[in-house]
Design a binder for this molecule. Structure first.
Ligand SMILES: [Zn+2]
Length: 76
């Protein structure tokens, strides 16, 4: 009995590979991105994400401040 799992089957079919973090395409393991386009995309989104997380943090602190003010007003 030599029933191969689906993982083995995928390995046989595709060989060792990794996936592009941008588009999810299978690509050689020694590459970081499948194409120059995806490389540019990655650096673009990283910049955007940094900006976004900053806004989220400010928003969170703002919310916390509001909550604290309300707690102070209604529990004091
Ligand atoms: Zn890609």
């Amino acid at each position: 009995m030599s029933q191969s799992t689906w993982k083995d089957q995928i390995k046989k079919k595709w060989g060792p590979h990794s996936h592009c973090p941008i588009c999810g395409k299978a690509m050689p393991t020694d590459k970081q991105f499948c194409s120059q386009n995806c490389r540019d995309n990655y650096h673009g989104t990283q910049k955007k994400q940094k900006k976004k997380s900053r806004i989220q943090m400010i928003f969170m602190f703002g919310m916390m401040a509001v909550v604290f003010v309300f707690m102070f007003l209604f529990t004091g």
